[in-house]
Each structure stands twice: as structure tokens, then as C-alpha cells.
Write a protein that binds this ligand. Structure first.
Ligand SMILES: NC(=O)c1ccc[n+]([C@@H]2O[C@H](COP(=O)([O-])OP(=O)(O)OC[C@H]3O[C@@H](n4cnc5c(N)ncnc54)[C@H](O)[C@@H]3O)[C@@H](O)[C@H]2O)c1
Ligand SMILES: [Zn+2]
Length: 391
């Protein structure tokens, strides 16, 4: 890599190609590399060979029709170059298809292609494809290797790292699943060029999250460069560096707490209110990242009210969230419904809501919040910030 990015490689990982960064992950469930850079699919054959030798025979590439039409040819060429037999398994596009039924389609293909233990699944797409494919890989023959090929910003910095896999149930999101670490993650930044603008913007909220919870320097870099980054222009090194930093933060946390018994919960910053916003709008109004953006502003407001965070720092978070771009209107969201949805969320212990709250930009931890009035006021303030009435 050039300049700052080259420096980043020193001691942290090894550069694969000139512009790529490697983040090594060591979690109890497995060690693997995350490779980030433009044009990485062109060397996919070598990377697969390096990671798996000549042991796999067959590889099933899972994708939805949209992403497959853009990138499956390049990925299947990489699989062939590695000397493996590749098959494409198409699954429908959308969160509503993140179901056991879709996972069964992947299992069916694995059975039809007679995949064995030594064989591989490749998840080519966003978080939906990654979660379903990871779950199919966790369960087929009691577990086969899989590779994440994330094609959304959210998947690159969040869902492809950490080994949480699963599908939704009628009763709620991600209720059925397994921890199963990928054996390799290859994030080709060139795929981001075709990502719809709204998906691209939504992913940036999760990047802001990493800055607030663990990395003041990352936060400051986002403040300085986000408007440029949002234009999705070259050079790629800044983007590769930011994505690598997000992955590194997640990987470090997952290495210490793979199963979310403690520290991993910090990754849920902004998610208690965020998930509630998604739920009360029937998952139709907000992209996940957008709801998290508003949720982070609400969590900062709670922290300010508890005297944990300064108003100035909360204002910085709010400004950065706003700069990512216009968010859906929050008008008409009723506070009692929002509070009820928060209580449905997993982070309730003995009837008390728990939040991830920052004490400064760069550090956050979990805290029970007793006073419901504080939560309601803070959430109302955040909703007001993003209400069309105010614009
Ligand atoms: N496992 C985890 O740790 C974890 C973490 C966060 C989120 N998730 C899950 O991730 C999912 C959300 O992922 P997402 O935001 O990537 O959404 P997504 O997978 O639905 O992708 C968003 C849309 O972008 C399209 N798309 C993807 N890549 C593209 C590209 N390069 N060019 C053009 N279009 C492209 C997809 O077809 C889809 O329509 C949720 O189900 C969430 O629960 C999982
Ligand atoms: Zn999230």
C-alpha cells in the first residue's frame, strides 16, 4: 500500500497486493484472514489455493440474482483458477428471504452437488447472503468451511466478521442461528461501485459506531474525510484503511468474547433504539444502518442526561450522523410503542433496560438505565432531530 496505508500493514498484517490490507482474526472458533482491497477477485484463485490447498473439490457459491449478475462470473473464474469445481446457488434477494427455507435451498444444492466435509461454501453478497450461507455452512454435515465475499459496506465492516450466522423466525430477527467463523473473508472494494447509494450511506453509520465505542482517531478521520468518502471516488487506500480499522476493532472484541457474554455487547451501541425503530416501522421505513444512526444519537442523549457524556461530544456524534445524509422521517413514531419494542429486545435483564453508553468518543460500555423517563426523553429528542417537521 501507499503512504499511510503501507504503514498500517507493519506489524498488523501482510499486504497481499499493493493496495490491499490483511487483518488477521484469532477467535476461539478459528483463525482466519480478512483481505480488503480493490480488484481482489482477480487473484481469488491464488487466495483460495493459499487458504485451502487442494483439499476442496467442489465449491458452492451462494448469491442473489442481482449480485450474481454483477460478480459471479469473476468469482467462479477464481474458483476454477484454484482448481475447484464451482456451482452457483441462487437465493432470492431481501431480508424477508433470510429464512430457514432459503437455508434449505442451500442445503439442497450442497446435497445435489455431493459436497463433502472438505468442500466449501462461498457467500457472495451483503449481510443477508452472508448470514444464510454461514448458517447453511454451520449445519451442513455438522459444519463445512465457508468464505465470506462481502459486497456491501455493512457486510465488509460488520456482518462478515465475527462468525454470527443465522436466519429470521416469524417471531423475530436472527432467532435461529449458530456461531461459525468463516475460514477467509475477501472484501473486493470494487464491488462497492455498484452498491445503491442508500445502502452505501447506511453502512457508514456502523463505521461511526466503531469510532464512538473504541477509536477516537477513527472517529476524527471520519469527521475529516466522510464527505469525500461518500462520493465513492478513488483513491481506495483511505477506504481500505477505514474498513480494516472497523474489522480490527470487531475482530479484537470477538477474540475476547466470541459468544457475547460480555464485551461483545458494546457492538450493540445504538442498536437498542435502532432495533426498536426498525420493529415499530415493520422493517420497512429504515435500513438497519439508518436506524442505528438515530439510535446512536438517542444513546448519546441518554449518556448526557446521566452525566456520563459531555454535550459537546454528543453533538459531535449527532453532526457526523447527520452528515452521512438525509435519514428517513421519524414523524409519527409513538414513544410508548418504541419503549415497548426496546423491552422486547435482548438487552433487558430482570425488566431493566441496558444500554451501551459512551463516556467519551472512543470508549463505551454497558449500563442499566433505571429511569424510563430518561430513556423516553432522550429517544424523543433524537426522533425530533430527524423529524421532517424540523427541516
Ligand atoms: N452476522 C452478523 O454479525 C451481522 C451483523 C450485522 C448485520 N447482519 C445482518 O446483515 C443483514 C443486512 O446486510 P446488508 O445491509 O448487507 O443488506 P443486504 O444483504 O440485504 O444487501 C442490501 C442490498 O444490496 C444489494 N447488493 C449487495 N451488494 C451489492 C453490490 N455490490 N452492488 C449492487 N447491489 C448490491 C443486495 O442485493 C440487497 O438488495 C441483516 O440481515 C442483518 O441482520 C449480520
Ligand atoms: Zn448493526
Amino acid at each position: 500500500m501507499t503512504g499511510a496505508s503501507g504503514r498500517m500493514d507493519a506489524g498488523r498484517g501482510q499486504a497481499l497486493a499493493d493496495l490491499s490490507v490483511t487483518v488477521p482474526v484469532a477467535s476461539p472458533g478459528g483463525r482466519y484472514d480478512i483481505r480488503i482491497g480493490p480488484g481482489l477477485y482477480r487473484s481469488l484463485g491464488d487466495q483460495l489455493r493459499q487458504a485451502f490447498g487442494d483439499s476442496p473439490r467442489s465449491v458452492v457459491v451462494v448469491a442473489n440474482p442481482k449480485v450474481a449478475s454483477l460478480y459471479a462470473a469473476a468469482v467462479l473464474a477464481g474458483v476454477a483458477a484454484a482448481g475447484f469445481r464451482g456451482h452457483l446457488c441462487l437465493i432470492p434477494d431481501g431480508e424477508r428471504y433470510k429464512t430457514l427455507r432459503t437455508a434449505a435451498r442451500v442445503w439442497d444444492d450442497c446435497v445435489a452437488r455431493r459436497l463433502e466435509r472438505r468442500d466449501l461454501l462461498l457467500a457472495l453478497g451483503g449481510g443477508v447472503v452472508g448470514d444464510v450461507t454461514g448458517f447453511a455452512a454451520a449445519t451442513y454435515l455438522r459444519g463445512v468451511n465457508y468464505v465470506q465475499l462481502p459486497t456491501t459496506l455493512l457486510a465488509m465492516i460488520d456482518s462478515s466478521v465475527g462468525g454470527k450466522t443465522g436466519v429470521n423466525h416469524r417471531a423475530g430477527k436472527n432467532l435461529i442461528g449458530a456461531f461459525h467463523q468463516p475460514a477467509l473473508v475477501v472484501a473486493d472494494l470494487e464491488t462497492l461501485a455498484t452498491l445503491p447509494r442508500r445502502e452505501w450511506n447506511a453502512g457508514w453509520h456502523e463505521a461511526v459506531k466503531y469510532g464512538v465505542i473504541r477509536d477516537a482517531d477513527l472517529f476524527a478521520r471520519l469527521e475529516a474525510r466522510l464527505p469525500l468518502a461518500l462520493r465513492r471516488e478513488r483513491p481506495w487506500d483511505w477506504l481500505a484503511e477505514v474498513i480494516a480499522d472497523c474489522c480490527r476493532i470487531k475482530a479484537e472484541i470477538v477474540a475476547r468474547d466470541e459468544r457475547e457474554s460480555g464485551e461483545r455487547k458494546v457492538l450493540n451501541f445504538g442498536h437498542t433504539v435502532g432495533h426498536a425503530l426498525e420493529a415499530v416501522t415493520a422493517y420497512r421505513r429504515f435500513r438497519h444502518g439508518e436506524a442505528v444512526g438515530i439510535g446512536m444519537v438517542a444513546a448519546c442523549q441518554i449518556a448526557v442526561r446521566l452525566g456520563k457524556l459531555s454535550e459537546a461530544e454528543a453533538a459531535r456524534v449527532e453532526r457526523l450522523v447527520q452528515r452521512i445524509g438525509r435519514l428517513p422521517n421519524t414523524e409519527g413514531i409513538a414513544m410508548p410503542a418504541l419503549l415497548a419494542a426496546m423491552k422486547q429486545d435482548k438487552k433487558v435483564a430482570r425488566g431493566q433496560l441496558r444500554f451501551i453508553l459512551p463516556s467519551r468518543i472512543g470508549f463505551a460500555d454497558e449500563q442499566a438505565v433505571e429511569a424510563e423517563s430518561v430513556i423516553a426523553e432522550a429517544a424523543a429528542a433524537a426522533l425530533e432531530t430527524f423529524s421532517r417537521r424540523r427541516r
